[in-house]
Design a protein around this ligand. Structure first.
Ligand code: TXA
Ligand code: MG
Length: 328
């Protein structure tokens, strides 16, 4: 199959209506989108991504007004309404009680909640407004590999398997949406840290918390829990405060990813400084996956990556780096 790249929203809409898959830009990462209510399209998403059927998908909508009918709105906690009012459209995904007769089991892996997101990127907004169904879209990377933040990442990873990539340029935020569920008390629980930080969520709903270790360990509550994720093929290890000392290394075959300053004694072409001199975490998030794609393509023996401060976006970035380092 020949994969075309373009900005023709009407063409993307036609393909999706016909059950085909299209890569879509969002403000977080590129998504591998298909008709969210068609079994054939949903199966094709799992097949192209190489993703197990037990890992559920996010449904994407143009606006909050589209959610009733898919979500049991009477059962949505008050805190969810507050978060939607504060962060929609935007990089927020909420786990809300689904309308079981409408949302296919394949979308939620049979779970009672469906993940819903209202992306802000203008091209995907325009696309969703042309459709009368939601789009199911995981990140457009093969299962376990680095997420795509530029159209060329999608072409490199999924080219030949999908007919069209809707070109929205580089993704602004650069890391995935924050996934938020709700506890029995109705208070928000962060399932996946992401582009909206814990501090930002707490500014709207102060009781927002992270999942506890026992909650994370419950398999049914943690679909898609993986030993590794977001991983380059080149082995990666973390350094910085709290990390084991780095081993001796050969500068010819080692690459590095740092926040503010270059890594000493390594050629400039073998490293990426995410926010030179500034150490700005939003800038680091914007460039993280592109840096990992770049370094992985150099075919080095090993990569060193600096663990970042655990505040603000640093929490989500460190989670990605730790999972990237977990592939042995
Ligand atoms: O920024 C994003 O969220 C991107 C863009 C394309 O929207 N999408 C994305 O999708 O990152 P994906 O499939 O790569 O990650 C979705 C995460 C997975 O960890 C999945 O297990 C979790 O959300 N998830 C989806 N539905 C769920 C559900 N019903 N209950 C619990 N977790 C769910
Ligand atoms: Mg993903």
């Amino acid at each position: 199959m020949n994969t075309l790249l373009g900005t023709d929203v009407a063409h993307a809409a036609d393909l999706l209506r016909a059950g085909e898959l299209v890569a879509i830009p969002t403000e977080t990462v590129y998504g591998l989108a298909g008709h969210g209510l068609r079994q054939d399209s949903l199966h094709r998403i799992f097949a192209v991504k190489g993703r197990p059927l037990t890992n559920p998908l996010i449904l994407h909508f143009a606006s909050v007004e589209q959610l009733p009918g898919y979500v049991r709105f009477d059962a949505v906690p008050a805190a969810a309404h507050q978060l939607l009012a504060a962060f929609s459209p935007g990089p927020l995904t909420l786990l809300l009680p689904r309308e079981p007769a409408v949302v296919p089991d394949l979308v939620t892996a049979g779970l009672p909640d469906v993940a819903v997101r209202i992306p802000a990127h203008p091209l995907v907004q325009e696309l969703l407004r042309q459709l009368d169904f939601p789009l199911a879209a995981p990140s457009a990377n093969p299962f376990g590999y680095i997420s795509p933040t530029r159209p060329e990442h999608v072409l490199g990873q999924l080219g030949g398997q999908i007919p069209y990539v809707l070109d929205g340029g580089p993704c602004q935020a650069g890391i995935e949406s924050t996934v938020v569920g709700f506890g029995p008390d109705g208070e928000p629980v962060v399932y996946r840290p992401g582009a909206i930080s814990l501090e930002m969520l707490r500014a709207v709903v102060p009781a927002t918390r992270l999942r506890s270790a026992p909650e994370k360990a419950r398999p049914a509550a943690s679909p898609g829990l993986l030993p590794y994720h977001y991983s380059p093929h080149t082995p990666l290890r973390l350094f910085g405060p709290g990390q084991a000392a780095l081993p001796a290394f050969d500068p010819a075959t080692t690459g590095a990813l740092t926040l503010r300053e270059p890594f000493p004694n390594l050629p400039a072409a073998q490293q990426v400084v995410l926010s030179p001199g500034r150490g700005d975490l939003a800038e680091a998030a914007h460039g993280l996956y592109a840096a990992l794609h770049y370094l992985d393509a150099l075919d080095l023996q090993q990569l060193f990556a600096e663990r970042l401060p655990d505040t603000g976006l640093g929490m989500a970035l460190n989670e990605r780096l730790e999972k990237a380092a977990a592939r042995k």
